[in-house]
Design a protein around this ligand. Structure first.
Ligand code: ADP
Ligand code: ZN
Ligand code: ZN
Length: 817
């Protein structure tokens, strides 16, 4: 009797695959170990063993594996169980889950491209013969494919060589180019050495007597230095001398002061010298107790705490408890909130036990975190991560925290698995019989609904820390302002007044505009034509900075035309507005202040986002204009005013969640204002100040919003009352998509009847030259989810067996929140 293994291959095919092994291999292998296997005629894949058995496949001869790649499992049995759930629940293959879970460096395959690590010195003596040959070949050719290696080494199984070279850090496999480590720089000033002599200094002070403000700055510099005997930060000097940064800048320009930068360590810690966590206030204490009590009877608890109520400090107490039990904690955050701000805050308490995991990490960094989590290393007890960190190989998971649980970015859209990290984390916690805490100031409708239904525990925290007042929110009617000519560009007189006052008091301002670019579209005043993307059915967006028209869907760009391409008219105008235009108008209105912008265009690269955050913290920015990136749990002491430039484009978004999302977005942005003693101010500009969501935001009425929106979800049969599965068909041929979608929807209707919606083209019906059509299946609470998916899978299989339909791509999206 032979020996066999079942493996997962990193491909979207449903089934697992069987390969033959020897008896000795059968004794050695365990589930979770990687092997390299042949696939098809020429391909070689990394495969993951899930089962070892003696049942020969009935319909084909099992091929032999090439080689075993690991001594011990790199994937745990709990993970395999978790993957199985993901694959079933989100209707995708185990191979797709594996591909999402494993760092790239773990999945070598025929298409893998390798290159030499130039900055690593490798001693030839440390390389085995085959390793040396590959390394040598990379001196002559910058990158090699697996096929090249097979030719060079004249053997089929080259994955082990690559694996060994990777372990020696001699090569990298292809991945995006990442910025190298960027130290955090802080600006300092000192007196120029030209004035170090007594006489030169006296002369300088005499000179400066005609510029008293500058003189003050220099005097203040002396007194700070004398007091602290430390280098003087620009921000401290500015605060102490009450001088704007422009005065300091002019002193630097004149050569009187010298500017320099010191690299500050992000965090300084050593294992046992951590700072004690904060003493909770009375409200926090009650909330913490309530969470613990809730956990005695519930696996999942929702902590609904207003912005700045001190939720993070409550998490810290719960984490401490788990660490004392030697357990791991997963702390999930939306990608964008994973800034040094929070990382530092946690590292101060937990030192190097904190491991960070997100998509801007290189493959090598990810492998490191993976291995630390797998071995339950003391370096990875608190795993602070974005969506994909729910897929790490936890050993001893004691608690999961999902912060900002309402964030839509927790749902993966493309590629499969299209999983929701919050829901997937809850399942993960269940596998470990541990608890999940969801936290938010503006919970998602489904979580709050689950809490109200008694499925989750619910703890409310309504007091901001230090009794800081909730910001004062004022709605500004810009229709009326326009009529009365009280607008300058997109700024109402009220906004300008408040901004002037805030700047006078040396406080900072955040301006929120939910669109990037200069103005979303460009239109000809003569014929009405607006330039379209050639690949997508969408108008191009004007980006003034590059004088370009760009497509936000596919990246297509072209120079801004001087005349209308349809009629030749020179009267081309912009409609609507984006962050870039707000930035420019703010610069014109407040020429003496530093205005900066934070959106997708200004935050590319690993540290792009942090650079802007640091600058804001260092008070090098007075006015920050940004998109919804600004909303994510940031804590800025000195921001006193938040302006929402236009609430209407959010509210009018064609989506059943538009109202809920708008509330969350505005409440979160508002939460950035006035986080210290003084009360913050928020101005919301709108054409429709009586909109119920705006009223609810301005009165901080989450519960009212919840009830009203839930009522609508009942009426219109949307989540959380109904579940949804979205089916998207995609092909470059318009007719094919139409015919296919009709067939698909008709088949679905035979089973689900009136609960099938569509097929319908989305607002942007063509992206990258592919037409899209959606079909929606709504699932009442009583209907079995499992049976529903079975029926859909069956229809899907029949669909794909029709020859004409086979080239159409079908995307299944479960819970497309
Ligand atoms: P949330 O996460 O609810 O928005 P945070 O946890 O960020 O609130 O707390 C808001 C601010 O209050 C932070 O600057 C935090 O350091 C401070 N803070 C919260 N709780 C305490 C405490 N118990 N003692 C001292 N400072 C606290
Ligand atoms: Zn025209
Ligand atoms: Zn496009």
């Amino acid at each position: 009797m032979g020996h066999f293994i079942n493996v997962i291959l990193p491909i979207p095919l449903e089934k697992s695959f069987t390969y033959a092994i020897t008896k000795a291999e059968a004794n050695f292998l365990q589930p979770g170990v990687r092997v390299s296997v042949p696939f098809g005629k020429t391909k070689i894949y990394t495969a993951l063993v899930i089962d070892i058995h003696q049942n020969a496949p009935l319909v084909y001869d099992a091929k032999e594996i090439h080689q075993i790649l690991d001594d011990t499992p790199i994937v745990t049995s709990q993970q395999l169980k978790h993957w199985q759930w993901i694959s079933t629940y989100y209707m995708c293959s185990l191979g797709e889950v594996m591909r999402a879970a494993l760092p790239n460096a773990f999945i070598l395959e025929s298409e893998t491209v390798i290159s030499k690590n130039d900055d690593v010195v490798i001693n030839d003596a440390d390389l085995k013969d085959d390793e040396f040959v590959v390394h040598e070949a990379l001196h002559h050719q910058s990158s090699l494919k697996i096929q090249d290696l097979i030719a060079i080494l004249d053997k089929k199984n080259v994955l082990p060589v690559i694996k060994r070279l990777l372990e020696k850090n001699a090569i990298s496999i292809q991945e995006e180019i990442y910025e190298k480590y960027k130290p955090k720089l802080v600006r300092y000033v000192k007196l120029s050495t030209t004035f170090s002599s007594e006489t030169a200094l006296q002369e300088l002070m005499l000179d400066l007597s005609r510029a008293p403000k500058q003189r003050d700055v220099v005097m203040t510099l002396f007194s700070i230095s004398a007091q602290t005997r430390q280098p003087v930060k620009v921000t401290d000097l500015s605060a102490e001398s009450d001088a704007s940064t422009s005065i300091i800048k002019s002193l630097i320009d004149k050569g009187i002061l010298e500017e320099y930068h010191i690299q500050t360590d992000r965090v300084q810690y050593d294992g046992d010298d951590n700072v004690d966590s904060k003493q909770l206030n009375a409200y926090q204490k009650i909330a913490l107790d309530d969470v613990k009590k809730s956990f005695e009877i519930q696996n999942i608890t929702l902590l609904h705490g207003v912005t700045s109520s001190g939720k993070t400090e409550i998490y810290v107490k719960l984490i401490e408890e788990q660490l004392n039990l030697n357990k791991q904690v997963l702390y999930l955050l939306p990608e964008i909130a994973l800034t040094t701000q929070l990382v530092e805050r946690l590292q101060i308490y937990f030192g190097e036990q904190v491991a960070v995991f997100h998509s801007k990490y290189s493959s090598n960094e990810r492998v490191e975190v993976w291995n630390n989590v797998l071995t339950n290393s003391p370096k990875a007890r608190v795993i602070l991560g974005a969506r994909s960190s729910v897929l790490l190989p936890f050993q001893n998971l004691g608690l999961v925290i999902v912060d900002e649980e309402h964030e839509s970015s927790y749902k993966q859209f493309d590629p499969a698995p299209r999983y929701h990290a919050r829901d997937t984390a809850i399942v993960l916690a269940n596998i470990f019989r541990s608890k999940t805490l969801l936290g938010s100031a503006t919970p998602s409708l489904e979580s709050y609904y689950n809490a109200k239904q008694g499925k989750y525990g619910l703890v409310e925290l309504n007091h901001r820390f230090n009794n800081v007042m909730m910001p004062d929110i004022e709605l500004v009617d810009i229709k009326d302002k326009q009529k009365r000519k009280r607008m300058q560009g997109h700024f109402s007189d009220r906004l300008i007044e408040e901004m002037t006052e805030t700047l006078k008091n040396k406080h900072q301002i955040i301006l929120f505009q939910n669109r990037r670019g200069f103005s979303p579209i460009v239109e000809c005043n003569t014929c009405g034509h607006s330039p379209q993307c050639p690949n997508c059915d969408v108008s191009l967006t004007f980006h003034q900075y590059r004088n370009q028209l760009r497509c936000h869907y596919c990246g297509y760009n072209t120079v801004m035309p001087k005349t209308c391409e349809a009629c030749g008219s020179v009267e081309i105008d912009s409609k609507g507005f984006g962050t870039e235009q707000v930035e420019q108008e703010a610069k014109v209105l407040f020429p003496d202040h530093k205005v900066a912008r934070m959106d997708l265009d200004t935050t590319r690269g690993k540290y792009g986002y942090e650079k802007i955050i640091n600058a804001l913290e260092q008070q090098e920015i007075d006015i920050l204009v940004g998109t919804q990136m600004l909303t994510k749990g940031l804590d800025f002491r000195n921001v006193k005013l938040v302006g929402i430039m236009n609430a209407d484009n959010m509210l009018n978004f064609p989506d059943f969640r538009a109202n809920e999302r708008s509330y969350q977005l505005m409440a979160q942005v508002s939460g950035r204002a006035g986080r210290t003693e003084e009360r913050g101010k928020v101005l919301i500009q709108t054409y429709n100040p009586f909109h119920k969501i705006l009223q609810q935001v301005s009165t901080n009425s989450y519960f009212e919003m919840f009830e009203e929106q839930l009522g609508e979800r009942h009426v219109y049969k949307y989540p959380p009352i109904f579940r949804m599965i979205k089916i998207t068909l995609k092909h470059k041929d318009y007719n094919k998509v139409n015919v296919g979608a009709d067939w698909y929807a008709r088949s679905l209707r035979t089973v689900f009847d009136q609960h099938v919606l569509g097929p319908e083209f989305p607002p942007v019906a063509r992206i990258r030259n592919q037409y899209l059509k959606h079909i929606l299946v709504k699932i009442p609470q009583k209907q079995s989810l499992g049976k529903t998916k079975e029926a859909i899978t069956k229809i899907n299989n029949s669909f794909l067996s029709v020859k004409d339909f086979r080239p159409i791509r079908v995307i299944l999206n479960v819970d497309n929140y």
